[in-house]
Design a protein around this ligand. Structure first.
Ligand code: ADP
Ligand code: MG
Length: 550
């Protein structure tokens, strides 16, 4: 009819759909987790908006309903959530509002044929492209939605091949119906026992009630919706923790650490937090805010309360408190001192956990694994969080010129030579290059250890940190003068002839391209090295600044 509008998908959506349908075939049951999670999110959002606008109040029987229809070969997921206007439908389901798509397809390309291949399904949720997973099982999807507070409803429809349509529709109440016209090979999702199994596996901890309609039209509750974190630890099994972790993280891995505690006294709250054992494929630069969920008296309030600082954004989980009113508004979330205190306490708890694990010598390898995954994020805290800097520094791990494997700042300090004043480090793009660097010779000859830094953030934080346990951190490209105070060991100790004439000739030839030519104690085997001036920025930093066009 003439009221049907046809729109092309953005180019990125088209590419993404292609990937979703063709590359993410295994474990495709997670489409249900994604659609149920969206329905529950929409319900939570409506409840939240109703706090400040009574007209939007949820119906008392609000739930997510999963209804298979064998005759029509459709599966419908309905909610009484916030709903979507026509513009919302076009924006949320027709474009990729987030920047994750390119990174997503890149990650898929990288895992192709490799050991990451099995992990592909987990990528969907992480990249915020959950809705499109519907096309793994459906060759046509229609979404009929009515925004809470609005009178009109709209239907979005697509076969996932380049375009979608929008047309006016009717829906008695606010909310959304997602209708999947199942593919030939997706019959299993018409069976209520199969649906029940998937919901229990992936969505059991969602607080909004989820019901499945069976062949006789009866509705059965499918999720337990227990606020797991409110239970005593002794009543929770490892398996339940793991399932909950997977619900909040959209992941497939095991938690590396599970922190479950109750704070009592001046401030009362419960925390259930997880550190993943796997690095997400998504570049953690896309959205740098912590997504830890805030609940008040079990009820989900928001995942935008930034309960942890950016540099702990790899932590997933829930914080639930009785100390905030249920009708907490967005503005209040920004300003309430209670939340500030909770943030502080939660951050301290996570740091303490990392700290005690980092000190456990028996589990050093486990900790190193964690550090390889999230160390570069942690380092951001050194230049972003002045207050926590000193607590973060001992959590870091480094390669070193004298040690195998990884080492730490406290261990480095313990090995320092008696007459050594500073902690030395060298920054470059890769560790192998670092190990062979001429810059190291003088230090090696004197048995002085140098930390080898090759992370992309390493050019920035050492200067910010400045000192560790009162020892200044000094780049070897700046700290050459120090070497004169330290005695060389072995062969290199033999006196070299004076080189004044050579220096003078070189100076004449090279100035003004170099500011000075000097003899140095830094070199043993190499003849010359280019050094940063003692005052100026470190060489690696200069390179970065140059790249940035400064
Ligand atoms: P994400 O959930 O990570 O934002 P999705 O692809 O799963 O990404 O969903 C895209 C967007 O579509 C959601 O952010 C939401 O705004 C909207 N949406 C999806 N399903 C629903 C629903 N049942 N009710 C209301 N909005 C929805
Ligand atoms: Mg989603």
């Amino acid at each position: 009819s003439e009221t049907v509008e046809r729109h092309e998908f953005g180019a990125e959506v088209g590419r993404l759909l292609d990937l979703v349908v063709h590359a993410l075939y295994s474990d495709r049951e997670i489409f249900l987790r994604e659609l149920v999670a969206n329905a529950a999110d929409a319900t939570d959002r409506r409840r939240f908006e109703a706090l400040t606008n009574e007209a939007l109040a949820l119906p008392s029987d609000a739930r997510v309903l999963i209804a298979p229809d064998k005759a029509a070969r459709t599966l419908t997921i309905s909610d009484s959530g916030i709903g979507m206007s026509k513009e919302d439908l076009a924006q949320n389901l027709g474009t990729i509002a987030r920047s994750g798509t390119r990174a997503f397809s890149q990650a898929l390309g990288e895992t192709k044929g490799g050991e990451g291949e099995d992990l592909r399904p987990s990528l969907i949720g992480q990249f915020g492209v959950g809705f499109y997973s519907a096309f793994m099982v459906a060759d046509r999807v229609t979404v009929t939605s009515r925004r809470a507070g609005a009178d009109e409803a709209w239907t979005w429809a697509s076969d996932g091949k380049g375009s979608y349509t929008l047309e006016p529709a009717s829906r008695e109440q606010a909310g959304t119906d997602i209708v999947l016209h199942l593919k030939e090979d997706a019959d299993e999702y018409l069976e209520s026992y199969r649906l029940d199994h998937v919901v229990r596996k992936w969505a059991d901890n969602i607080a909004v009630p989820i019901a499945i309609r069976d062949a006789e039209g009866k509705e059965e509750a499918a999720n337990r919706g227990t606020a797991l974190w409110r239970k005593p630890k002794s009543e929770i099994t490892e398996e339940q923790y793991k399932e909950f972790y997977r619900t909040v993280s959209h992941g497939f891995d095991e938690p590396w650490a599970t922190l479950h505690w109750r704070a009592e006294g001046a401030l009362e709250f419960t925390g259930l937090l997880f550190v993943p054992s796997m690095k997400p494929f998504m570049a953690m630069e896309d959205d740098r805010r912590s997504k830890v969920r805030l609940h008040v008296r079990r009820m989900f309030i928001t995942d935008e309360a930034e309960l942890l600082p950016n540099w702990l954004r790899f932590v997933h989980g829930v914080v639930d408190t009785d100390d905030l009113p249920l009708n907490v508004s967005r503005e209040m979330l920004q300003s309430t001192p209670t939340l500030q205190k909770i943030r502080r306490a939660v951050t301290t708890r996570v740091i303490n956990e990392l700290s005690s694990r980092s000190k456990n010598a028996e589990k050093a390898e486990e900790y190193q694994k964690f550090f390889e995954n999230f160390g570069s994020v942690l380092k951001e805290g050194i230049y972003e969080d002045f207050e926590r800097r000193a607590e973060i520094a001992p959590l870091l791990r480094f390669r070193s010129s004298t040690q195998e494997g990884w080492t730490s700042l406290p261990d480095y300090v313990a090995r320092m030579k008696p007459e050594q004043e500073a902690i030395y480090y060298l920054v470059a793009d890769d560790v192998e290059a670092l190990k062979n660097s001429a810059q190291l010779e003088g230090f090696r000859a004197r048995g002085v250890e140098v930390l080898l830094l090759s992370d992309h953030v390493d050019a920035f934080w050492p200067e910010q940190l400045g000192k560790f346990e009162d020892k200044p951190l000094r780049s070897v490209t700046q700290g050459s003068a120090d070497l004169a105070k330290l005695k060389p060991e072995g062969e290199a100790a033999e006196e070299a002839p004076p080189a004044d004439k050579l220096v003078a000739a070189l100076k004449l030839a090279l100035e003004p391209d170099v500011s000075d030519v000097r003899t140095t104690d830094r070199l043993v085997d190499s003849a010359v090295v280019l050094a940063a001036s003692g005052m100026g920025p470190d060489l690696q930093m200069q390179r970065l600044l140059r790249r940035a066009g400064r």
